[in-house]
Design a protein around this ligand. Structure first.
Ligand code: NAD
Length: 486
């Protein structure tokens, strides 16, 4: 076993261990071995990080940095991320089991791209002058919110963090990033690179440890002005409750059970290929995963047969190998949870048409590898169709016509994303209009862009990430100024 990588939190520009001295091991899900050690922060560590952020905000070094200089520093950070692409990609792959070809070609470059978009945004944030009644000069100022807590999950550790860090910094806020316990390494590295890019100390702090301890401390602190959270619906509900004590400004990006709809007039082979990618990309650990595939009855048999054959051909492998397209599930806990849903699917009467079991990649059965799993003959009321599994498990559901599929697709507690496959563009737009989800993809799936606003409806949360919309909706506050001209 190679030497353990030891990383520290970043507080006030310095590398800091936990005040308790406690650490936790980062486990590589492909080998089940610990490869890095991170501090398990305490409540006191959280308080120190909050005070560091507050001090930096009050000093105003970053907040008052001219917009174009802010932009230059964020752009430099993007350059540094790309210059350290190999290291960041390897850390992300070892922490999460994502194939290295994806971390190299998607996670790291997209992260850099998010910083570049918001580097450009720094010079475009402005208030308005408003013609009011009476003899007044009336305008609004767009100001940073202040100290922001950024709490992120483990499925896209760098990318989801970047989608919060970049707009927060572009607007002049000071931040405390709380990564997931099991995937903290790239967060720490990004904060180190931000210092190298010229960000003043204390503006970007990273606090590692348990969500229930350091994450909760951010939510409970009256000094933290806002929390942006991406994670499970259950934890998000808890944050709303505890955040209410200080009337905390909140943005919640929560779970999903997204419908992906294939009409019989679609390019069926393309729809099948993309339906597999929609659920099996990142081993289904994607909040927008197309986990409910609705197929029109006249093409149902053809689609389920071809899709199951395709799933059976997808073989998980060592994520560090260039050729691997499917890695292990992120952790033992996640592996057990997904396996339990597979059991529930079988017990509940769905037909297991592909996968459904652990896979040995030839390293003595080590690693949390699962075969891509397809359940057919699923009823939308079944537990596997209603609850977020967050793993490589697809439920295929039959529908008759547009009204039937709209009713079924919207029959869910979630409202994050959706897909529509049809060559009838009129129908595509009509269905897009009737689907209750924050994002609709037509003849494509899982597309993202730093310029495109993203967020869910219903129990998938509220607030928008990315795009200029996120700046006006969340990362700045609007102040109204009246000047008497009489
Ligand atoms: P999680 O809710 O368990 O944890 C998310 C983060 O919250 C972690 O950093 C965790 O430490 C922290 N946390 C936990 N308890 C906390 C508390 N009491 N106070 C403050 N912070 C706390 O989620 P996860 O298992 O890491 O991630 C998977 C979930 O994230 C899935 O439900 C998935 O759908 C969701 N997700 C949503 C989106 C989206 O954009 N909507 C994107 C990715 C993931």
């Amino acid at each position: 076993m190679s030497e353990l990588l030891k990383k520290q939190m970043i507080i006030d520009g310095k590398q800091i261990g936990s005040l308790s001295g406690e650490t936790s091991l980062s486990i590589n899900p492909a080998t089940e071995e610990g490869f890095a050690e991170i501090p398990m922060g305490t409540k006191e560590d959280a308080e120190n990080a909050i005070l560091a952020a507050k001090k930096s905000f009050d000093l105003g070094k970053w907040r008052n940095t001219p917009p174009s200089k802010k932009g230059k520093i964020l752009w430099k950070l993007a350059d540094l991320i790309m210059a350290n692409r190999q290291e960041l990609a390897e850390l992300e792959t070892k922490d999460t089991g994502k194939p290295i070809r994806e971390t190299m070609s998607i996670d790291v470059p997209m992260t850099a791209d998010v910083f570049r978009f918001f580097a450009g945004a720094t010079t475009k944030i402005h208030g308005e002058t408003i013609p009011v009644n009476g003899n007044f000069f009336h305008y609004t100022l767009r100001e940073p919110v202040g100290v922001m807590g950024l709490i992120v999950p483990w499925n896209f550790p760098m990318l989801i963090a970047a989608r919060k860090i970049a707009p927060a910094l572009a607007c002049g806020n000071s931040i405390i990033l709380k990564p997931a316990e099991i995937s903290s390494l790239t967060a720490i590295r990004m904060a180190e690179l931000a210092l190298e890019a010229g960000l003043p100390e204390g503006v970007f702090n990273v606090l590692t440890g348990k969500g229930s301890v350091v994450g909760q401390a951010l939510v409970d602190s009256p000094i933290v002005d806002a929390i942006t959270f991406t994670g499970s619906t259950g934890v998000g509900q808890g944050l709303m409750k505890s955040g209410s004590v200080n009337v905390k400004k909140l943005s919640l990006e929560l779970g999903g059970k997204s419908p992906n709809i294939v009409f019989d007039d679609a390019n069926v082979d393309l729809a099948i290929k993309m339906a597999a990618a929609a659920i099996f990309y990142n081993k289904g650990e994607v909040c927008t995963a197309g986990s409910r595939l609705f197929v029109q009855e006249s093409i149902y048999d053809e689609v389920t047969e071809k899709l199951s054959a395709r799933a059976n051909k997808m073989v998980p492998g060592d994520p560090m190998n260039e050729g691997t397209r499917l890695g292990p599930v992120v952790s033992k806990a996640q592996f057990d949870s997904v396996s339990e849903y597979i059991r529930l699917g079988k017990e509940g009467g769905a037909k297991l048409s592909a996968g459904g079991e652990k896979f040995d990649i030839g390293n003595g059965g080590k690693g949390y590898f699962l075969k891509p799993t397809v359940f057919t003959d699923v009823d939308n009321k079944m537990q596997i169709a209603q609850e977020e599994i967050f793993g490589p498990v697809l439920s295929v559901i039959k529908f008759t016509d547009t009204d039937d599929v709209i009713r079924q697709a919207n029959d869910t507690a979630f409202g994050l994303a959706s897909g529509i496959w049809t060559n009838d563009l009129k129908k595509a737009h009509q269905v897009a209009n009737r689907i209750n989800a924050g994002t609709v993809w037509i003849n494509t799936y899982n597309m993202y862009d730093a310029a495109s606003p993203y967020g869910g409806f219903k129990m998938s949360g509220f607030g928008k990430e990315s795009g200029m919309e996120s700046i006006y909706e969340f990362y700045t506050k609007s102040k109204t100024v009246w000047v008497d001209l009489n």
